[in-house]
Structures are given as structure tokens and as C-alpha cells.
Design a protein around this ligand. Structure first.
Ligand code: PLP
Length: 366
């Protein structure tokens, strides 16, 4: 139950990847038959993914990870600017937040503060100024599952007449939330969060938008992401996407049920839910005040249950995400459960039994 960290590679993806590692292992840049076959497979994956995203294939660029894609989107979009405002949120993933911290030396960065755990279009309206040069707000928060109202925010931006590209880190939202990414100017995706192998991400860039590369080399992906394509991961991602798309609604219903069982059970055990009520069903953040998250994590791990403490916080440091939603004091006690459709209701019940035992066996702290 740590699927927000990474997921199991699906059978379809693994088989496809294996074929492109051991049989059709050409470099897509090579001009011989092996290279051409690898190139075609990469282009086929691009089409599958773009269709699922609601964008054109030539607007999708493969990157080595979502981290690289986020860095490129943000740095590349403001590369030609000398000043201006960047609007983001107070609870972005480090792959965005750390870039913003660095850019703060040159630009003004405004981080929207969540209200009731969520970003509001109203807060965005208030932060938007004529000198805004970029908006970068994540689609689904990776620690709490809070969903950002991107559609409303895009409407606010369009109506304002401010000419700033809108980027979203959509790593935890793609194929989980109903959304056409063509509404945005840029969006970031990651393969390994959706049953593809690790080591592939992608950036959607709307046709006509100029994004300067952050690294230079062989000129792959129209110069935006130089470096040899990770063909096995890219073709595996296409295969994973096809099967996820097929039964998207059914998968969501399974996950909703697992989430509901845990949510109710945790409250019955005296826990506190940190995720908003209408959060993505794929992520559930909760705390048992007095019980260190780290201790519960270790206890469950010994029983073969994998969860996360929801933040890279040490016992002393508060989670940036939980602090942003006004629950910083609960950081030490927080746990993140994150699901995929392979999780079962039976597993959810087993986790609750294990949590009940953990609360008996683990000593509390103040
Ligand atoms: N953005 C979000 C919201 C994430 O959850 C993650 C992964 O934890 C990333 C970006 C980074 O993705 P990658 O591992 O592909 O660099």
C-alpha cells in the first residue's frame, strides 16, 4: 500500500519491455532495421499516451523521469525572462519546490496556501498579477491526495488575460482523475507510478510554446531531452497505459472501496484523517497522535505491509505538506497509504488488524 512511491510493473508492460531489451534492442536513432523498429515502437507508445492524455503525439516529449521533466518545464519556460511572478502551491513535490527555491533568487515565487487541505481557484485569482510569467500547480498532492481545481484555475487565468503558461505536475493524477491535459500548456508524467518500469517520464508542451532545454547533447526529443531513449521503459509504459485505460472506472471503484474500509477503520481505532474528504481515492493520509509514524511503519513492515510516513520528515522536522495544510503538529505521527487496483478489501482489513496490534504494542510519545 505504497503505490504513490512506485507500482508493480504490469505483466503486459514487463513482457513488452523484455522484448525491447532482448530482441528489438536497437537505438531509435540508428538508421538500420533494428533502430527503425525501436523508433516505431517509441512512436507507437507516444501515440497511446498522448491519446489517453487528450493531447497530440507531437506535443509529448519523453524524459528520463518526472523530476527531469518538471525541472525542464519550469526552468525552460522562464529561461528568457529576467523578472516576474511564478505562482505555485505550498505543497509541491520537491521536484518542483526545489527548482522554485533556486529560481527565487531571480523571480518572485508565490505559493498558494491550501484551505481545508486544498488549493482554491479563489486564492489563485487573488495571487494572479499582470507580471505573472508561469503557473505551476500539481494536479494531485502526493502525500494527501488533495485534488487541485485545475479546470477552474485555467478559466481564471484565461479570463484574466494574463499571458503566462500553466504547468501541472500530473504524476499522481494521470488516468486517475478525468482530465484533458490539452487544457493546460504543460504537464509532467511518470511511468513508474502507473505500472511501467522506472526510468521514464514525459512532458507535454502545447504546440507553439517555447521551452528551453536544461541539458544539451544528441538532440533527442527535438532537443528537449537529449540522451538515448529508454526504449524498454517507454514501450512498457505504452502497454501499461493501454490496459489501465481499458478498465479505468472499475479500477477506481476497487480503490475507492479499499480506501473507504481503511478510512473508516482508522477513525474507529482513534486515528485522524489528514486527507480531504474529496481527495483522490488513491491516497489516504492519517495519523495516530502519540504514536510515531516511523514506529508504525516498521511494525507493519515486519508483517509484510508496506506504507510510508508520508513525508521525508525526521522526528524533529515537520512535513512541509502537512504544515501547509495546518497539520504540521501531526507530521511525526502521520502515515500515507496509497493504493492501486491490485489492492483488495481483504488486504485493507489485514492492515486494520495489524494497526490495532501496533497500537497495543508500540509505546506512545508526547
Ligand atoms: N511529482 C510527484 C507528484 C511525485 O509523486 C513524484 C514521485 O514521487 C515525482 C514528481 C517524481 O517522479 P520521478 O520518480 O519520475 O522523478
Amino acid at each position: 500500500m505504497d503505490n504513490a512511491a512506485t507500482t508493480c510493473v504490469s505483466d503486459e508492460a514487463a513482457q513488452k519491455s523484455l522484448r525491447y531489451m532482448t530482441e528489438t534492442f536497437g537505438n531509435p536513432e540508428s538508421r538500420h532495421g533494428f533502430g527503425i523498429a525501436a523508433h516505431s515502437a517509441v512512436e507507437e507508445s507516444r501515440k497511446i499516451l498522448a491519446r489517453a492524455m487528450g493531447i497530440e503525439p507531437d506535443e509529448l516529449f519523453f524524459a528520463p523521469s518526472a523530476t527531469v521533466a518538471n525541472n525542464t518545464a519550469i526552468r525552460g519556460a522562464v529561461a528568457s525572462k529576467r523578472k516576474g511572478r511564478i505562482i505555485s502551491t505550498a505543497f509541491e513535490h520537491p521536484a518542483v519546490e526545489e527548482v522554485l527555491k533556486d529560481l527565487e533568487k531571480t523571480f518572485e515565487v508565490v505559493r498558494l496556501v491550501p484551505v481545508g487541505g486544498k488549493i482554491t481557484a479563489d486564492a489563485f485569482r487573488q495571487a494572479l498579477t499582470p507580471d505573472t510569467i508561469l503557473v505551476t500547480c500539481m494536479q494531485v498532492n502526493n502525500e494527501t491526495g488533495a485534488v487541485t481545481p485545475l479546470k477552474e484555475m485555467v478559466t481564471v487565468l484565461k479570463r484574466s488575460g494574463v499571458d503566462a503558461p500553466f504547468h501541472s505536475d500530473a504524476v499522481q493524477g494521470f488516468l486517475k482523475e478525468d482530465f484533458r491535459y490539452s487544457m493546460l500548456d504543460m504537464a509532467t508524467f511518470s511511468g513508474h507510478k502507473m505500472h511501467a518500469p522506472k526510468g521514464v517520464g514525459a512532458l507535454y508542451v502545447k504546440k507553439g510554446l517555447r521551452v528551453k532545454p536544461v541539458l544539451w547533447g544528441g538532440g533527442q526529443e527535438k532537443n528537449l531531452f537529449s540522451g538515448t531513449h529508454n526504449v524498454p521503459a517507454i514501450v512498457g509504459w505504452g502497454a501499461a497505459c493501454e490496459s489501465l485505460k481499458e478498465d479505468k472506472e472499475e479500477r477506481r471503484r476497487t480503490v475507492e472501496k479499499v480506501n473507504e474500509i481503511l478510512r473508516t477503520g482508522i477513525v474507529d481505532l482513534g486515528g485522524e484523517i489528514n486527507s480531504p474528504q474529496d481527495a483522490s481515492p488513491y491516497i489516504l493520509n492519517a495519523a495516530f497522535p502519540g504514536y510515531l509514524g516511523e514506529n508504525i511503519l516498521n511494525y507493519l513492515s515486519e508483517r509484510g505491509i508496506c506504507i510510508s510516513t508520508g513525508s521525508a520528515c525526521s522526528a524533529k522536522k515537520q512535513s512541509r505538506v502537512l504544515s501547509a495544510i495546518g497539520k504540521g503538529d501531526l507530521s511525526r505521527f502521520s502515515l500515507r497509504f496509497s493504493f492501486c487496483a491490485d489492492n483488495t478489501e481483504e488486504e485493507a482489513r489485514l492492515v486494520l488488524y495489524a494497526l490495532k496490534d501496533a497500537l497495543k504494542d508500540i509505546s506512545t510519545v508526547r
